[in-house]
Every structure is written in C-alpha cells, then in structure tokens.
Design a protein around this ligand. Sequence first.
Ligand SMILES: [Zn+2]
Length: 457
Amino acid sequence: MELNTNNIKLDILIKNAKIITMNDNEEIINNGFIGIQDNKIKIIDEMDNYNENFIAEKYIEAKGKIVFPGLINTHTHAYQILLKGLGADLNLMDWVKAVVAPYSQKITKKINYYAALLVALESLQSGCTMVADFFYAHHKPKLSDGVIEGFLDMGIRGLMIRNFHDCGVENGIPESYLETPEEAFEDVERLINKYEVKSDGMMKIWTGPGVTWGISKRGLEATVEYSKSNNIPYSIHLLETEDDNTHIKKEYNKKAIELMEEVGFLTPNLLAAHCVKLTDEECEVLGSNGVNVAYNAASNMYLGSGIPPIIKLKNSGSKISLGTDGAASNNSMDMIETLKLSALLQKVSHEKPNIISAENVLKMATKEAAETLKMDKEVGSLEEGKKADLFIFNPEKPKSIPIHNPVATLVYSSSLENVETTIVNGKILYENNEFKTKYDKKYVFNKINNLMVDLIE
Ligand SMILES: [Zn+2]
C-alpha cells in the first residue's frame, strides 16, 4: 500500500510477526506488523513497509511468533460451564435428564453472570475472541441478561441466541420454559434495545427455538416470519441424534428435515447446531437452501451422538463453523483443542486424511465462522478496517517445535500454553498467562466455587 505515515498514532503495534490473515486470498505475511487504533486494525503490512513514524502506546515484539484472527465459538451454553464433569459417560437424552434439566431450572441471572465470566476466561485463554451463547432455559424472566452482562463486562465479543419453546412438555421440556413466540420476540426486542444497540458491535442478539421437539409448526413459521421482517438470524439444535425424527414422526408423520423444509425454516438466516443424523439427500436440502451449520466435534464424541457429515454439507453449499457446545458435554471451552478434534473426526470417519486440511479447519473457526454469524464485515480475518480481534501464538513450546507450517502447528501441535496474547476489540485481555479483564482469575474462581455450593445440593 501507499504510505503516508506522518506520525500515525496507534494504540498497539505488533511487530516482526508472521501473520495468518485469513483474508479472501488466505494471505500469509511472513514478517509483518499490525497497527491497532481504537478497536480496529488501522494498518497491516510487511515489515519492509514499516515506518518509524508509527507512534504506539504499546509495542509488542512478536519475532518468531504468529498472529491469527481470533477464534470464534459459534455454539455453546454458558451456564453449563458450571456442570463440567457431571453426568459423565451418558448419552444425550440420559445426560439431559440427569444433568441439564434439573440444574437448568436452578439458574438465576447471577449464576448466568458468573458462568459467563468463566466462559470468557477460558475462551480468551484459547485464543477465542467471540462466543455465541445459545440460551434456552427461560424458566424466569431476564436470565439471558446475566450471560450478556458477563460477556460485556469481560470484554469478549458475544452473540446471545435467545431461544424459546412453545410446546413439548410430553417430550421432556419443562413446563416453566413455555412461552409464545410473540413473548419470546418481545424479549428479543428488549435485549436488542438494552444491549445490542449500545454495544458498538460487542453484542448481537438472535432468536430461535431450542429443539425441534419443543416448538410447534406455528412457532417455526413465526420464527421465519420474524427473522425475515426484522433481519434477525436464528438458530436451533437440529438432528444431534435421531430423537428429532422420532418426535416429529410421532407428531407429523414425517422426518424433521421434511417438516423444516415445508414450513420454510431452512434459510441462509439459520445456523443449525450439530446436524449429525442427516442423509445425503438431507445434506443437499440444507446446502441448497444455504443453511449454516455449527459443528461441535468434541460434544458429538463426548455424548456418543455420532459424526456430522460436514464434508457433504460443505460440498452441498452449507457454510460450516465450529462450536464447543456447552462445557458440560465437552468438557471444556477450549477452542484450540476443538480445531484438532474437528479435523480428526472427519479424517477417521472418511478414512481419508486429506478430506479436511488444517487450513479448512482454521477457516471454519475464523472467516467462515464470521460468515455463519453474519459478522464477516467486522471480524473473522485480519484486514485493515476490521475489528482488532486476534491472538498471538508462541510456537516455542515442546509440543510445537519444530514448526514447518504455522497453520498445521496451530491445529495439530498446540495447546493453551501457546496462546500468549489475546486481543478483543483492540484491547489486550490476556497476556503472558495473566488476564487483563475486569475480573481476574482469582475473583471469578472464588465466585464460582461459592456458587457451586448452592447449585449442587
Ligand atoms: Zn447445544
């Protein structure tokens, strides 16, 4: 680029780094710099074009280090971070009955708030700069506010997918969760006005039904209408197991995807979580309708749910992003680990190592993730004008040395200890094993341990 660099004032200047941009050309800058001003990337270029007139508040010397766009977790349930390790070794339905259903009814706004603080810490430590929380347990009002306020206070970018159920008590949905779609949308409006509009891109609000067996046909139709007229995307758990088909068959005598297609629910505004139990034809239907998919490899393995046909979905036209799912079915929020598991699960299921590459997986966790969250104009790649969401990776660790291909090293040979610095919206929130967030590790752990005494009786 042409430089006109008379004393460009920057907040942070990262120098001498290898930069994995994930821009449209997936360009790698071997020795480059990134200048951050306010919350955005002001300049990104090769060190050959570095100019001493750049004045920064803080310089980060990144020689030998690699800068990646922040990882994006597109499917989790923040409150479940308190349930890590409970009900281990159960399948989905038994685990829901034993762990999720009883505890989800004890949630308060305060519990959600502290859970979100811990989610932020664990996410930042794994290079994750944006988290989509799928909150479905509305047994009393304003519970999602706790998660939102926790994310905002910690400075991590967030998406609140404010779910609802309008039926399904006979299928195990607690009666206290039930509300009409209109009541749910009214709350979505409230959340947008209270948080999204003032957050300067730090918090987005979506809607969507929790599960297919907790939503009526009218509820599905109302979701699509609301989404269309307000341009608000939506999400749902879809075919994590065969239970969706069992319930829909009983009620409507058809398969889940048939019903979804019939009511016009399959649109590019849908982010479908899981999509494990799909036939080849159903992959075609989702792909040709532009449905986006959140792939949760660790959770699908942990609960023994199965292997999502991610490659078929991708080849059919779906965009794929990665999620941890709730920490109670993972059992962590580690996005670095998620990269490796997401790749390995597909390789072994196809018995073909080249069915998915490290680069494909990194894209699903960054650029493509931003596309599935409709945030690609703001985040997902390192480019001038985009929000400064990134992490600095130090490969000088026994697990990672030697380094031949930085992306392969990140995906297959790394762990939390490689993440040296995490920056969200131009702010350093994690650096050299220390959190720079509003609340530190000690405060959050203390609060969580005290809360657990009340929660687990
Ligand atoms: Zn989930």
